[in-house]
Write a protein that binds this ligand. Structure first.
Ligand code: SAM
Length: 293
């Protein structure tokens, strides 16, 4: 089957005919809206009024390719090549995780914590983000705490390339570095940072069976998975690193696997962190952990 004509009404009909067995109604209408906005700059609320207008041949091709990809359950953000995060646009591709709403909550939590602290430090705080991905966390933090110095590391050269583009597009300066946090080679001095944040890989291999096909088949496994026998691998390494490099009263923030909330919290206390707080996300799952040194 092909799209019957270049008319908007026919394109919408084609999306619904081809994809309604794969996506529920609400999701499909959102996807249709995003595709029209991205490919031909028509907002979803305008679609009905403009349904008899036509698109060009090259625009039609984009709709055709999108339906092919969406049938294979490629996430819409990878189809469009971009994702929204904290009111900003981020380029995404298969080398980076699609930024999640839970991570927006983490950023919001940090900003609320540091608004007043920044006044005390006259804004000159040093922030380190570990596991850059698209760069969503360091870029959103720098946008909101503009006087902060922000560093961000990732083991993946390809992810860092995307993050650098996103920093440029969002007009912020971040110091990106390629680094393996499990074997750090950089020698940051003690008291280098006031705030360390990380959303590291935290999905256990055994959880694969519960994951959606679009995540499993398309998102980078390097960003997602840890071995079943060591689910806290990254939390352990990052909190040790934080103990060495955080300044007095410095704070460590994690996005965590809800299954290991209490265990991760206990680990931070055992290492000597104070005032450790576990916070639930909007879906009522243990998702954010904060500790102070
Ligand atoms: C869960 S993703 C988070 C990406 C991004 N911060 C976000 O919230 O969308 C984890 C990131 O950690 C990176 N990573 C994996 N192993 C790493 C390591 N050993 N050292 C540094 N970064 C690592 C991955 O490449 C990936 O970008």
């Amino acid at each position: 089957m092909k799209i019957a004509s270049n008319k908007i009404a026919d394109i919408i009909r084609y999306f619904r005919d081809e994809l309604s067995d794969k996506y529920d109604n609400g999701e499909l209408e959102t996807i249709i809206g995003w595709c029209f906005e991205d490919f031909v700059n028509i907002k979803s609320f305008e679609l009905n009024a403009r349904k008899n207008e036509t698109v060009t041949e090259s625009e039609l091709l984009k709709f055709n390719f999108a339906v092919k990809d969406l049938k294979r359950m490629k996430p819409i953000q990878y189809v469009l090549g971009s994702a929204d995060f904290y009111g900003m646009k981020f380029k995404v591709n298969g080398n980076v995780l699609i930024p999640r709403p839970e991570t927006e909550e983490l950023v919001e939590y940090i900003i609320n914590d540091w608004k007043e602290e920044c006044l005390k430090f006259q804004g000159r705080i040093n922030i380190l983000d570990i596991g850059t991905g698209s760069g969503c966390i360091p870029i959103a933090l720098k946008k909101k705490i503009s006087s902060a110095n922000v560093w961000s590391i990732d083991v993946s050269e390809d992810a860092l390339a995307v993050a650098k583009e996103n920093a440029l597009a969002n007009k912020v300066e971040i110091n990106f570095m390629k680094e393996d946090i499990l074997n750090p080679s950089i020698a940051f001095q003690s008291s280098s940072f006031n705030l360390i944040v990380s959303n590291p890989p935290y999905v256990c291999e055994q959880e694969k069976g519960e994951m959606l096909r679009n995540v499993l088949n398309y998102e980078p496994h390097l960003a997602l998975f840890v071995a079943d026998n060591n689910p806290l691998l990254f939390y352990d390494a990052i909190s040790d690193f934080a103990l060495k490099t955080l300044a007095p009263k410095g704070m460590l923030y994690f996005e965590i696997n809800q299954r290991y909330g209490e265990e991760t919290k206990a680990m931070l206390y055992a290492k000597g962190f104070k005032n450790v707080e576990l916070k639930k996300d909007l879906n009522n799952k243990n998702r954010i952990l904060r500790g102070e040194i």
